[in-house]
Design a protein around this ligand. Structure first.
Ligand code: ADP
Length: 466
């Protein structure tokens, strides 16, 4: 099992302490090494200076012995001196060295470290020197003990001080982490209280400029989007229930009225006829709702390179009966070679809805014009009618679900205000858009603009209105 502290602040503190300890340890180690090196340098300098002083004081006496001359000074405290003849006999040894003298290996190199018999660590400088007419080997040692003591004291002080410093830094780090993460904690508690019932709540943004403020703002934006989606869903459910209830109430009323006159078969026939009409309207409505709920689930498109004019003619032939009923003509023009990568079934749904509206709203005997042409990278399909046009106030809203201009009339004509919403979804699913141009009294033109090549996933542009 991995030991992983639960709280971010604890993890942060531990990381902080670990990194700080590593840095401090490195820093202290290099300080100690540096001190050691400079102490050694200092000692070697003193050793050379002392050596020169001692060289000046060495004197040969008439009895052949060599001693410290001048005022008979001894080597200074903490320094040790030996003088050897070139034949290897000891000519002088300072008192502090005792009988053993320097350890034998101390003279291997001109400058060496050694340990005396008593355990004293020393630096030894060995050099030949002329005293009178004789050449002798002079060995001078200086005790390192004072420097070593200083160095050990410093090491001890640091070893004791380091954990204390790290402990204090750790506490400070923990306090800081707590303080820094406090707003996050408060935000999380606040966010926990947000449910479907109070989606209007927002997180407090203490400082919009810092990272936490940014997080709170992003979270609030997400909340706003969720709130909007919830509101849409509620509206959709309410509208759908309302639309479903109307034909159901009609069926029920017609049935009840017919039952009051059991002897009249004509009445029954009439009632059944209008009940079937309502059922027809109901199933169309349910069909549209199904399309929209599938649309909301963003189904994958099965794109194929298709000739758009074929698609348009196909849709027109499906609605020809309706146009014939009103003595209207559907005129299809355009580039017969223009192709686009589209899902034929879904795009046809959009075309049928636009064409159905155009037929519905055009007067008897009028023509509905469909034009297919290529634009800059786009394919354009225009459906133009000679209907009453769409007043400006409604133009931006006709693509909304359940939006109808003339509620009573539209319902009579079987529309629930979903046709354009479905058309818009179908076109947007292809990465395209719908533009609406309309002039009151002289008709409307719905223009579908489709990218001819399938691109990345579609964004969600709204229908453009002019
Ligand atoms: P419906 O399915 O009820 O026709 P739509 O979403 O297709 O609903 O249309 C929404 C509203 O836009 C309708 O109420 C209708 O009045 C209006 N509308 C749509 N197309 C046209 C058009 N070609 N001419 C005039 N009005 C239109």
């Amino acid at each position: 099992m991995r030991l992983r502290p639960r709280h971010v602040r604890t993890r942060l503190t531990l990381w902080y302490v670990a990194v700080l300890s590593a840095i401090l340890a490195l820093y202290l180690a290099s300080t100690l090494v540096f001190l050691r090196v400079s102490q050694r340098r200092e000692l070697d300098r003193s050793l050379h200076a002392e050596f020169e002083r001692v060289e000046d004081l060495l004197a040969a006496f008439p009895d052949g012995s060599i001693r410290m001359g001048g005022h008979g000074e001894e080597a200074e405290g903490g320094s040790f001196l030996e003088v050897w003849s070139t034949e290897g006999s000891l000519l002088y040894r300072s008192e502090g060295l005792g009988a053993g003298g320097f350890p034998p290996r101390a003279g291997d190199r001109p400058l060496a470290s050694a340990v005396l018999a008593g355990g004293t660590r020393i630096r030894v400088l060995s050099r030949p020197h002329r005293v009178g007419d004789r050449t002798v080997l002079v060995r001078l040692g200086l005790s390192e003990e004072r420097q070593r003591r200083e160095w050990s004291n410093l090491l001890l002080g640091l070893l004791f001080g380091l954990p204390v410093a790290i402990g204090i830094a750790g506490l400070g780090g923990h306090w800081l982490a707590r303080r820094a993460l406090g707003p996050l904690d408060r935000m999380a508690k606040h966010a926990e209280r947000v449910t479907a019932e109070n989606l209007g709540e927002r997180l407090p943004v203490e400082n919009p400029e810092d990272e936490l403020g940014h997080l709170a703002r992003v979270f609030n934006l997400s909340l706003a989007r969720i709130e909007e989606s919830f509101a849409q869903l509620r509206r959709f459910t309410a509208d759908a229930s309302h639309e479903l209830r109307t034909p159901l109430t009609a069926i029920r009323t017609v049935g009840e009225v017919a039952l009051q006159d059991p002897q009249n078969p004509d009445r029954y026939r009439e009632a059944i006829g209008s009940m079937l009409e309502e059922v027809d309207r109901l199933s169309r409505l349910v069909g549209s709702l199904l399309v929209l709920s599938r649309a909301d689930a963003s189904p994958a498109l099965h794109r194929q390179e298709l000739r758009l004019i074929d698609l348009v003619k196909d849709s027109a032939s499906l609605l020809e009966v309706l146009a014939d009923e009103k003595g209207q003509r559907i005129d299809v023009h355009g580039d017969p070679a223009l192709t686009a990568e589209v899902d034929g079934l879904i795009l046809r749904q959009a075309l049928i809805n636009l064409l159905d509206n155009a037929i519905k709203h055009s007067p008897r005997g009028a023509s509905v014009l469909i034009d297919v042409r290529g634009g800059a990278g786009d394919a354009i399909i225009e459906v133009a009618d000679r209907g009453p046009g769409i007043p400006e106030v409604h133009r931006s809203r006709v693509f909304e679900r359940f939006y109808r201009i003339d509620t009573a009339r539209s319902r009579d004509e079987g529309g629930a205000g979903l046709g354009l919403a479905i058309a818009l979804w179908a076109v947007q699913a292809h990465g395209g858009r719908i533009e609406l141009q309309s002039e009151e009294g002289s008709g409307s033109t719905f223009r579908i603009l489709l990218p001819r090549k399938a691109a990345a996933q579609p964004s969600s542009p709204a229908g453009k209105v002019s």
